[in-house]
Ligand binder design. Structure first.
Ligand code: ZN
Length: 216
């Protein structure tokens, strides 16, 4: 493995766990985050704080297109987050194309820094119906980025096959379970730490934590 990595970092549970995983795996770690017009600014604040706690340089990029060309519950203030997961389509929190755009910008930035390893917290174990979290997509994009910039990238996805329970376990092994629990924002209502408790993201997170703490 080469020595430098760039982590796609949002200040949530998954990408924060990835940030500390990367610090363990690489000599030099940088982080990139995106202001894409998300309704809850607390996420951006959390990212800045955690990067500082982790002593990782953090670059925030503005990506202002999603709310102009798509409609979803994370960037549109007139759409509420669905409390129940729909059966026949992805949840309305899906931001179409988000991971492709983020990883593409991350790759451009990484190349300018001489970095080949990209780290992202996407995963398909607790698959929420987001097509751009699937392994097949990540492998395909990796190849496309290599061709696009004539540069050998490796997209690392340490959480790809991990359940929320396993992700809590990893953060514990990395010595940051408490930090992840109190400092991150994964709640769709933007409430840090244990969150609102009832949105789908809080439910998934809490179930995983309870399961991990019960059998640790
Ligand atoms: Zn919540």
């Amino acid at each position: 493995m080469d020595k430098k990595a760039l982590v796609v970092f949002s200040g949530g549970q998954d990408s924060t766990t990835c940030l500390f995983w990367a610090k363990q795996q690489f000599d030099e770690v940088k982080a990139i985050g995106f202001d894409y017009g998300q309704r809850h600014r607390s996420e951006l604040e959390a990212a800045r704080n955690i990067a500082e706690l982790a002593d990782v340089p953090y670059k925030l990029i503005e990506v202002d297109i999603f709310r102009k060309i798509t409609h979803n519950a994370l960037t549109s203030s007139d759409m509420e987050v669905e409390e129940q997961k729909p059966d026949n389509r992805p949840p309305n929190t899906l931001v179409e194309g988000r991971n492709m755009i983020f990883l593409t910008y991350a790759a451009i930035y990484a190349k300018s820094l001489g970095i080949r390893s990209l780290v992202t917290g996407v995963g398909q174990a607790d698959y929420s119906g987001y097509p751009d979290c699937r392994n097949e997509f990540i492998r395909s994009l990796n190849q496309t980025l290599n061709l696009s910039m004539d540069y050998e990238y490796t997209i690392h996805t340490p959480l790809m096959w991990k359940s929320k329970r396993d992700i809590w376990e990893l953060s514990d092994q990395l010595g940051v379970l408490d930090l992840v629990r109190t400092q991150t924002v994964t709640c769709y209502n933007g409430i840090p730490g244990d969150g609102c408790g009832h949105c789908p993201s809080c439910q998934l997170r809490r179930k995983g934590l309870e399961s991990y703490l019960a059998n640790k």
